[in-house]
Ligand binder design. Sequence first.
Ligand SMILES: [Zn+2]
Length: 423
Amino acid sequence: MKHFLFFCIFLFLSVFSFSQDIDYARRVIDSLCSPTMHGRGYVNHGQEIAADFIAREYSKDSLLFWGENYFQTFSLSLCTLPGAVDFSIGKKKMKPGINFLVSSSSLSINGTFKVIKFDSLTLSSEKTFQKFMSNDFTDKFVLVDKNGFTDKKRKAFIDSIIEYNLFYSKGILVPEEKLVWGVEDALYPSVWTKIEMLKKNAPRKIKKISVNIERVINPSYPMDNVIGYIKGNSTPDSFIVFTAHYDHLGQMGKDVYFPGANDNASGVAMMLDLARHYSKNKPEYSIVFLALTGEELGLKGSFYFANNPLFPLSNIRFLINLDIAGTGEEGIKVVNGTMYPKEFDLLTTINDEKKYLPAISKRGEAAISDHYPFYSKGVKSFYIYTLGGITEYHNIYDKPETLPLTKYNDVFNLITDFIIALK
Ligand SMILES: [Zn+2]
């Protein structure tokens, strides 16, 4: 009986101390996406509040740090929209986030403006185009209707017209099927205003709009990477590194914030869960946890760390970047899978044996997330993201309540198995 009891305890420990914790992941995602974190951006100190939260989680797991604390701080100049973001078509007030988005680097503006339409008819002949361009655009908005531009060349032409505002108008209005927001640094703050509006809610004819937008440029915004590690048992000078960006888009105006549940509260949750796991199950290698900032501004935090590492990058045995880890119905994609065939084979062999995921597909190098600054300096790395399920991205609907975490446990187990098998 006594032996049986010991056996049960052993079984209990081996199941629970070696496994992931999806409830913990849920709690982390809920916290990171709550209104108190303001979308983990640069309005109302969202980024800093999220960084403090992550540091508290690190200290609960007794993670070590380099220097005085978990933070690596640098600064950036960036554009924010902390105040008014009002947009009315005629007398109808549009809902920010739902009906429209204002490009984050847009120039401050307040007034009522005439709207003139640019569409495929404008480009039907040299004459119609010349006639349109002879307009005085100084106090007007141009509505660019992309409908009807089907061939690639024309589409690219329209995109460049919008990007550089070749009308030199007060602003540009673009109806879109889906709204996707982004944040920008203040290297080239815009001298005009861009508004994207949801096509299905936009009136057919737009003659006048009223716009009130307050842009604030922060010349020196404090940015924090949050870094902790666990010392390895047998080869402490060899590092496995996990990266996940915790920043998101923050707020657009006073009332709208972007929760960023899949992008990338999900990846941070898995990274913190891995920290918990390795703090209980001491690893062979040292394991580093890099919660990176400014990814949405152009991989700023990861470039900063890769250029100012706290340990030699050559000591990194392997790096895994987690950015979008909340679904998995269709498996995962491995960026750099084709660059490191040996490691990719190891991953698929484990998956074939354990049947974790329905598919693991690979692609080549891609400068689309935080692994890239490391990879470009010769660090062996994979960027893993989940496929299938919800597709909400960079909008107000990327929320925890719709995030399925379908294959969360499987991805977690695949990664820990992979680290053990990595020789
Ligand atoms: Zn992301």
